[in-house]
Design a protein around this ligand. Structure first.
Ligand code: ADP
Ligand code: MG
Length: 358
């Protein structure tokens, strides 16, 4: 097991990258602590698979270094990095039995058969494959095959890290829930570094202790699920995490104070002389209707079980509220009050006063 460091890392699939969008990974400096349970969360195309392939050695970065416990492994091939990787789509040997598929990574490294048998049966139990161990893999459903892939990723002991690339995409929702819980439990038991890639916030937030949020080839925030919820460092994080996500409302700045529609807004952070686009970020959970505040118009109320999601239109801008049932929704002259401790100014997307460091 090892701490994994990505230092000054950039990657482009193009021979001669010129524009920012030519880079699949723009500039990354990330430490993955030994034994951490990480989720790598971001929309399709933001560079998640590229990042995993650089860690496992399937891909050599255009710039920068990959370090395991401080040792430069950038030039090491995958088989010398001791990384287990589970891909998005099943990789199985159809002609082999389920048992032999699970045993493959161990036999490949000369583990003795007694130990192979113990590990294979343990992993089969965990992935619900025990009843079909002697079946040929070709007869299994897509679900079953992906369980083999997962099992093969988990079967080796003493790997530096286990990387999961959206491994539950082809698994049905109920089993997805069970497997995710099992992975979490497994992490608590073996304490191996795990990086779990997903574009699904629920998956990320339930699996990980630390979530690494990526957008357009950049890491925009690393934090616990609570930190990402309470203090998004970028409007992208606020919007991507939460349901509905954080409201992002254009604002003016006058003498360091945020103004919306000529009205002063109390905020938790400050900005002196902003250079760039200024916006207020506030989650729907932290807005209420009040006697005094910003005028708005209720557009739609959606029943979300214990809560109502209220969509309003505030000077052409959509602003959502999440209200406890029975909180009272004004039919006219609605006014919004923002909780100042959870109202923040963002400049060009980044939380003001915090710089762009993660
Ligand atoms: P994600 O896994 O987050 O969906 P990827 O890492 O697969 O994102 O892709 C990041 C960017 O790199 C995308 O713009 C994608 O089109 C591009 N890309 C990925 N793989 C290749 C490749 N083999 N050749 C060229 N471009 C690629
Ligand atoms: Mg991918």
């Amino acid at each position: 097991m090892a701490k994994i460091t990505l230092s000054n890392l950039r990657h482009s699939y193009m021979p001669d990258p010129k524009n920012p969008e030519d880079w699949a990974l723009k500039q990354l400096d990330v430490d993955w602590e030994d034994g951490g349970a990480y989720a790598l969360l971001g929309p399709s195309g933001c560079g998640k698979t590229t990042l995993l392939n650089i860690i496992s050695g399937l891909l050599t970065p255009s710039h920068g270094k990959v370090l395991f416990d401080g040792k430069d492994v950038t030039a090491l091939p995958p088989d010398q990095r001791h990384i287990a990787q589970v891909f998005q789509f099943p990789v199985v040997y159809d002609t082999m039995t389920v048992y032999d598929n699970l045993a493959f990574p161990l036999r490949n490294r000369g583990v003795n058969e007694r130990e192979v048998d113990i590990r294979v049966r343990e992993i089969a139990e965990m992935t619900d494959l025990t009843p079909m161990l002697q079946n040929r893999a070709s007869g299994l459903t897509a679900d079953g095959k992906q369980k083999i892939s997962l099992g093969r990723g988990l079967v080796r002991e003493n790997v530096n890290a286990i990387l999961f690339d959206e491994p539950l995409t082809v698994i049905d929702p109920h089993l997805k829930f069970l497997l995710r819980a099992k992975l979490k439990e497994l992490h608590q038991r073996i304490n191996n570094t795990m990086i779990y890639v997903t574009h699904d916030q629920t998956e990320a937030l339930t699996f990980a202790d630390q979530v690494v949020v990526m957008n357009m080839g950049e890491v925009v925030q690393i934090g616990t699920p609570i930190e990402l919820f309470e203090k998004p460092k970028h409007t992208f994080v606020g919007h991507f995490i939460g349901s509905p996500g954080m409201n992002v409302i254009p604002c003016e700045i006058e003498n360091g104070v945020a103004m919306i529609g000529g009205r002063k807004i109390k905020t938790a952070n400050k900005v002196d002389k902003p250079k760039g686009k200024t916006e207020i970020g506030i989650r729907p959970e932290f807005i209420n209707f009040a006697a005094k505040g910003i005028a708005t118009k209720v557009v739609k109320v959606t029943d979300a079980g214990r809560f109502d999601i209220v969509q309003t239109n505030c000077e052409g801008q959509r602003v959502n509220l999440i209200l406890a049932k029975g909180a009272g929704i004004p039919s006219e002259n609605a006014k919004l009050a923002f909780d100042p401790a959870n109202t923040r100014i963002y400049v060009d997307g980044w939380l003001s006063g915090e710089g762009q460091q993660i």
